[in-house]
Design a protein. Structure first.
Lengths: 183, 183
């Protein structure tokens, strides 16, 4: 029905060779496929605990404010604190903790909630790198680290709403970064 | 392998009902499918002619400068004239005329060439509406109007690089607008 090939082989982008230029058809196609998102098991909450998960989100946002994508976040301290709290509520709940987020904010609908912010592939990579540092900074328990990472790595791809390349978003698999966490 | 359902039914966006919140998997999915793009046949060039096609593109850009998306275009008159010329070269060639565009600029790669400009669904609709008016203003030959329209309508979807909604881009089929052209 449609193909997952990228625009590379599409006349909209290439291959308008003189003998095919007119009267030809670019097949339907998709930009890229959002990969599977595997949400953490309750074990992440049980092992890491609420306090550490909140500290993690706090550190993540401190890193974001020092990153190249600082401008995507509120400059107002109070607004930023609210955002960190909401974000921590979400992370705690998705890891198996109390329903802090959905009981106050409703359905997550995270892609929708982020439409007002321009998130391109590079911004997503920076966001993810800030998590990598935060995970190390809080000494996140190694036994649930992979599970947490595979969630946010794939989940973050769903937030991308600005494309700047024909390439699909870069995967950052745990295997690629795990040495960063081992002493 | 993956589904064309939208994020509506995805835990990233909704349905994080308490019994499914943890340990569940959001299946891979696509944002939307770029529809088929059927390039014009040589008949469009033969019937409309180069002069009218160039006038059409000129009018289109005049309309764009008066539209809500004026800010996407150069304010410098000379830069704008260059852009109109390049654009007309492209349209003339894609409709079956001489290879003005590819002989000077190379492969069209139109999605890639537009990445530097933020094009959301609304901008694309405005761009298309400006063409609708331009087609009427130049009295585009009705016998090749549908063929031209089905090309630009579907082609314009491929230029969208900023998503602001879960909905797929709105189709504007010829049947919906043809009354605009009949006296």
């Amino acid at each position: 029905m449609f193909t997952q090939e990228f625009h590379r082989s599409c006349c909209c982008s290439k291959n308008a060779s003189s003998n095919r230029r007119n009267d030809h058809v670019c097949e339907p196609r998709v930009d890229f496929v959002f990969p599977e998102v595997r949400f953490p098991s309750r074990r992440v909450f049980e092992v890491a605990g609420e306090k550490l998960l909140r500290e993690l989100v706090h550190r993540h946002h401190e890193n974001l404010l020092k990153s190249q994508i600082f401008y995507l976040f509120p400059t107002d301290k109070e607004a930023m604190e609210k955002l960190v709290k909401r974000s921590a509520d979400f992370v705690v709940e998705m890891c198996g903790g109390p329903d802090y987020y959905t009981s106050t904010r409703g359905e997550p609908r995270m892609r929708s909630r982020h439409f007002s912010v321009t998130i391109d592939e590079k911004a997503r990579e920076i966001w993810l790198a800030c998590y990598k540092y935060a995970l190390k900074e809080v000494a996140f328990p190694f036994s649930v680290l992979e599970e947490f990472w595979q969630w946010i790595e794939s989940f973050s791809i769903r937030m991308i709403n600005r494309r700047t390349t024909l390439e699909p978003p870069r995967r950052v698999y745990f295997d690629e970064i795990k040495n960063f966490f081992t002493p």
